[in-house]
Design a protein around this ligand. Structure first.
Ligand code: CA
Ligand code: CA
Ligand code: CA
Length: 171
């Protein structure tokens, strides 16, 4: 291997990486800058609970929105959400990818989520998101810096995060 081919091996990925970081193809600059930040799938749900559209989500809005989502998830209206119903709901309401696992809702692990369990899980979620503890979730509390923004831009899969990141539906 002469120095040129050696250089090509070592330098080509760097050039590729800097090209990706510097001037990405696809969306125009400005839109793309947002890739450095991300909101969790649960944030999509919380945002949807903002009934009065004041950009803040209160505990009362989480309660009301949670009842609505429970009714949506309980497709056969038997009063509990089965694993099948949960997976379908998580796909539709949370985008599926990295959605909270079903056991985060099924607190007694009996394979059915009651309305009370569903409501409790959402209130726990709200507490976990309410960074300043004022009882309201604002957008700044939903957006996070993406620690692996560079890796994602280069096509590498991000490492698992706290909740366990997997492509398959939550169970
Ligand atoms: Ca609101
Ligand atoms: Ca059901
Ligand atoms: Ca807050």
């Amino acid at each position: 291997m002469n120095w040129r081919s050696t250089a090509a091996v070592f330098f080509a990925p760097l050039v590729l990486a800097s090209a990706c970081a510097g001037r990405p193809h696809g969306p125009p600059r400005g839109v793309n800058d947002g890739e450095r930040a991300a909101a969790a799938p649960s944030a999509l749900l919380i945002i949807g609970f903002d009934a009065d559209a004041d950009l803040a989500v209160t505990a009362a809005e989480v309660d009301a929105g949670g009842r609505r989502e429970f009714a949506r998830a309980d497709r056969d209206a038997d009063g509990v959400v089965s694993p099948f119903e949960y997976n379908a709901w998580a796909e539709a309401a949370l985008g599926g990818l990295h959605a909270p696992r079903r056991l985060a809702f099924d607190s007694n692990v009996d394979n059915s989520i009651t309305a009370a369990e569903f409501a409790a899980a959402l209130q726990a979620l709200m507490r976990s998101l309410d960074a300043n503890g004022d009882g309201r979730i604002v957008r700044a509390e939903l957006v996070r810096e993406r620690p692996q923004a560079m890796a994602a831009q280069q096509g590498a899969p991000p490492p698992p995060t706290g909740g366990g990141a997997r492509r398959r539906p939550p169970t």
